[in-house]
Structures are given as structure tokens and as C-alpha cells.
Design a protein around this ligand. Sequence first.
Ligand SMILES: Nc1ncnc2c1ncn2[C@@H]1O[C@H](COP(=O)(O)OP(=O)(O)O)[C@@H](O)[C@H]1O
Ligand SMILES: [Mg+2]
Length: 260
Amino acid sequence: MKSVELKSIRYQYFDDTPVFDGHSLFLGIPDDQDNGLYGIIGLSGTGKTTLLSILGGQFRPDSGEVLVDGVNIYQVGDLKRRELIGIQMQTSTSLRGKLRYNLLFGLPDDVKKSYLDEELVRILTRVGLWHLFQDKKGLDTMIGEGGVNLSGGQRQRLNFAGLYIRARYFEPSLLLIDEPTSSLDELSEAAITAMIRELAEDSLTLVVAHRLKTLDEAQGILDTSLLKTQKDLEFMDRKTLEKKSKYYQDLMSGSALLDG
Ligand SMILES: Nc1ncnc2c1ncn2[C@@H]1O[C@H](COP(=O)(O)OP(=O)(O)O)[C@@H](O)[C@H]1O
Ligand SMILES: [Mg+2]
């Protein structure tokens, strides 16, 4: 069984009101459940990004425990954590150097060397980015200062491509994705949906959803807008969510949009 668990966690930015204060969550799925996709939604500022960072091992809670497959992720080394959890890199700092370097970041050296160029090109094509590089130096194109400057949405998609490659290799128990959306044409949008679905076959996959389509595919949905009134967090089926979440009702009626 793959599982993720929060035990009464507290997390606070500086002297702000805490985002999490005694919250718990348990989600477990049997290994043979072939769709492990779960969605996270919520009004802006209610804690979606903070939750992903806590689950990913980036923000240690002030108190409480975070368990993946029963393992306390803040009590193991980086290597073990990387086996357990796949997470997108932060977009602001991580992209520089050659395109190939960015795509293969985090893989063992021998695996990096054995990766075929055509496989990388295929993945870049799927996420709708290859056209930016094919007339330049291809996989050796420099990114960032002095090279090709990518828009926010393009960086997101490149990060997603890197996550996809690492997840295919490590097959982590838990995969955390902040879904890329900005300025996607329909083709790359469908491709990214398909790639997320592929990854969710092997990993318990939590996606901060930016498209209603993703929620259609999800086995359960967590609304962080409910954090204020509910200490026991749940991934709910649509019917239950519709009863409990005003935000979800507003999304369905079209009077609210998914927050990015
Ligand atoms: N780096 C930070 N420093 C201080 N406060 C933060 C920081 N990041 C988020 N917050 C605050 O924590 C709360 C939750 O933010 P966040 O997890 O980013 O929500 P969401 O992703 O749902 O929009 C918000 O009140 C936000 O202002
Ligand atoms: Mg956010």
C-alpha cells in the first residue's frame, strides 16, 4: 500500500497566523489501484503550495509528523526521501545551464549518460517546448541569462518535464505536482494530462489542479479552503465535496475559477 499521512501538524510563516494548526490527513491506496491521481484545490492563499512543500520535505512543520509509506520523511536522508517522493523544483532558482542538464537534474550520473537524446526530444515535444530549441543548439541550448529566456509558463513546463523524467526513473511512492497550465495550446494540454495520468499509474499522485479536466480524472479532491473549519483533512469524492465545499460549488457553477 502507498500512503501519505499528516499527524497533527503545525506550520507558521514567521509571526503570521499558522497555515496548519493541528491538522491531520490520511490517504492510502493499494498498489494495484491503477489510478492514483488526487486533486488539491482551494482559494488563493489557503495553503496549497505550503501543503505540497511540507509533503515534499521542503518545509518542516513546527510540530507533528509527515509520513510517507509510514516513514517519517523528516527523519531520513535526502537519498531515501528522493526514493519516496518526487516533487517539482521551485521555478525561480533552479533553471540555468544547458537544457539537457536541467532535464536530467537529480538522476544518477550513469543514468544521465545513458539517456538517449531522441527520448528527451520526444518529451520536450510532448510538453510543447521543443520548437523553442530545435533551431538553436538543441539539447545543448543555454537557458536563462545569456541563453534562451523562458516565460513563467515555459519554465513550469520544463520543470514538469524534469519531474516526469525523474519519476519514470525513481517511481516514487508519492508524487507532488503543481500542474502547469499557463498559455498551453490544446495539444500540449492533452499531452500533459496524459503524462500525469501515466505517472499516477505508478505513484500516489497529488496534483494542485489548475484545470477542471484534471479533477474529472481524480479519485478524490482536497479543498484547502476548508482548513480553517476542519482539522481532519480529506480527499473527498465529488458528491461529498459538493456538499461540504462552497468553493467547489462555485467552481462547478462557473462563478469561481481554479486558483493557480
Ligand atoms: N514565503 C512566505 N512567507 C510568508 N507567508 C507566506 C509565504 N508563502 C505563503 N505565505 C502565506 O501562507 C498562506 C498560504 O499560502 P500558500 O500556501 O501559498 O497558498 P496557495 O498556494 O493556496 O495560494 C497565505 O496566507 C500566504 O500569504
Ligand atoms: Mg500556490
